[in-house]
Design a protein around this ligand. Structure first.
Ligand code: NYM
Ligand code: MG
Length: 222
């Protein structure tokens, strides 16, 4: 019998440094859940199709220069712009597989700020523009050292893709992990299939809990 979506969909988020294999795992999970007839939709941020996303893409490709704080707000705007669609999809029972989100937003900006910042630009400032977005039910963090990531190729093509900067981003991700109870870390150096298997187990549990109404919708930053 075909499973019918009863409760809400689950919000499954993938995060990690550049080249950690998030996009591959998102695709694997999409195919796996689709084969199981789970209603599912994949999103990735930045969404480069949006008007804000085009600016972000130009910035990442170093075609235009933008102030780092302005870029931060653009990344957040790019998410806020699809907030209602995400909420509606989840409420309609659609599971969302998301490739990067507000955690990347905070980590990549906070990594550029001196701490303590003289004008109060800190982790909390970075979190503010994403307030009120739907919160993920699980954050799957694919952990890979910046050195191993750099060895994977194509590194350095976009802004931020430098080993020393990625180390700073990892420090910020670690701070976010400490305040996120639904954060799960997987070793990104494992075989793709082995990671995918762990991911499908994690996803199945979140999907079942959400479907059965065991997890109320939450919003950032709770
Ligand atoms: N990035 C991504 C940010 O700096 N802030 C954000 O809010 C998001 C979602 O953009 N280096 C950075 C992380 C990446 C870059 O993402 C592009 P991707 O997943 O490599 O296309
Ligand atoms: Mg990238």
């Amino acid at each position: 019998s075909v499973p019918v979506a009863e409760g809400r969909g689950a919000f499954i988020l993938f995060e990690g440094l550049d080249r950690c294999g998030k996009s591959t795992q998102c695709q694997c999970l999409l195919e796996h859940l689709t084969a199981q007839q789970v209603p599912v939709q994949k999103l990735s941020f930045p969404d480069r199709q949006q008007e804000t996303g085009k600016l972000i893409a130009d910035f990442l490709q170093r075609k235009i220069q933008l102030d780092p704080l302005a870029v931060h707000l653009l990344f957040a705007a790019n998410r806020q712009n699809v907030r209602q669609q995400m909420v509606d999809s989840l409420a309609a029972g659609v599971t969302l597989i998301v490739d990067r989100y507000a955690y990347s937003g905070v980590a990549f900006t906070a990594a550029q700020l001196e701490a303590p910042h003289p004008r109060g630009l800190d982790l909390d400032w970075c979190k503010t523009p994403d307030t009120g977005l739907p919160a993920p039910d699980v954050v799957i963090f694919l952990r890979l050292s910046p050195q191993d990531a750099a060895a994977r190729g194509q590194y350095g093509a976009e802004a931020y893709e430098k080993i020393d900067f990625q180390e700073k981003v990892q420090e910020q991700f670690d701070k976010l992990r400490d305040t996120s109870p639904n954060w799960v870390e997987l070793d990104a150096l494992l075989e793709q299939d082995s990671i995918a298997q762990q991911v499908s187990t994690i996803a199945a549990e979140a999907i079942q809990d959400c479907r059965q109404g065991k997890r109320p919708m939450q919003y950032l930053w709770s």
